[in-house]
Design a protein around this ligand. Structure first.
Ligand code: GTP
Ligand code: MN
Ligand code: MN
Ligand code: MN
Ligand code: MN
Length: 211
């Protein structure tokens, strides 16, 4: 059913269909495209904590369409800018308390154009203290869009177990929305949460697993 050439899995869209673009430039060059902004809330902690070998926690959501993704969404004309739209979606989808945690433009990590979908995806990341991260998690099921858009939240397993399969590799074999998988891997790299070699290994294993 899944012809690899046709890439029925979004994360295996042909690489040349997804291109990184400068944020400001994308607003000019792709002003007729749909723009979306998604955000990664994460926490860093040294060494072992909370009963596993995670050195960081990254919050993702289970979406209504069955795919995994980051909270966030399509910018609408009433949003002042991308960060403002992102904050609105964060509040709608995970009940992020905007009095405490607001994304700003300096949290921007990268933007991509998905040509085939006439979509530009802006990605932001914001580090929280562990206590605040716990509070964010505890509010998710109170969100307005809980059970309609957001079906769950999770922590990404940020380790590779001894069989080189369990942990991040199996997680990456899930179906992700848009280019969320690419954003996740790119952000883990940029935020120096895992080493590049470990990430490449996890990606290779994930690709073998989904066949
Ligand atoms: P509605 O409120 O129902 O309009 O949805 P939304 O505004 O929350 O939009 P959504 O989060 O579904 O994002 C819009 C599109 O962006 C999706 O159809 C996907 O193609 C893509 N998308 C969704 N989640 C992610 C994500 O985490 N990362 C990226 N890059 N794209 C995503
Ligand atoms: Mn939404
Ligand atoms: Mn959304
Ligand atoms: Mn929306
Ligand atoms: Mn909505």
């Amino acid at each position: 059913l899944c012809n690899e050439q046709q890439s029925c899995r979004k994360h295996s869209l042909p690489k040349d269909d997804i291109v990184e673009v400068d944020f400001e430039q994308s607003l000019v060059d792709y002003k007729d495209f749909t723009h979306a902004a998604h955000g990664m809330l994460y926490t860093l902690q040294q060494g072992k904590f909370e009963g596993n070998s995670q050195k960081a926690n990254i919050l993702m959501v289970a979406r209504f369409d069955g795919a995994l993704g980051f909270p966030g969404g399509i910018l609408d004309p009433t949003d002042l800018d991308a960060a403002d739209g992102l904050n609105r979606e964060m509040q709608e989808e995970i009940a992020l308390d905007l009095n405490k945690h607001k994304f700003v433009q300096t949290d921007h990590v990268f933007s991509h154009v998905v040509t085939s979908e006439k979509l530009v995806t802006h990605f932001y990341a914001k580090m929280l203290k562990l206590d605040d991260y716990h509070q964010v998690e505890a509010r998710v099921a109170t969100a307005a869009d809980w059970s309609t858009e957001t079906l769950g939240f999770l922590r990404v397993p940020l380790y590779i177990m001894s069989d080189k399969l369990r942990g991040l590799p199996i997680f990456l074999a899930n179906q992700f929305s848009g280019n969320a998988r690419m954003q996740l891997v790119g952000a883990i790299d940029k935020c120096q949460i895992m080493k590049k070699e470990e990430l490449d290994l996890a990606l290779q294993t994930a690709e073998k697993t989904v066949k």
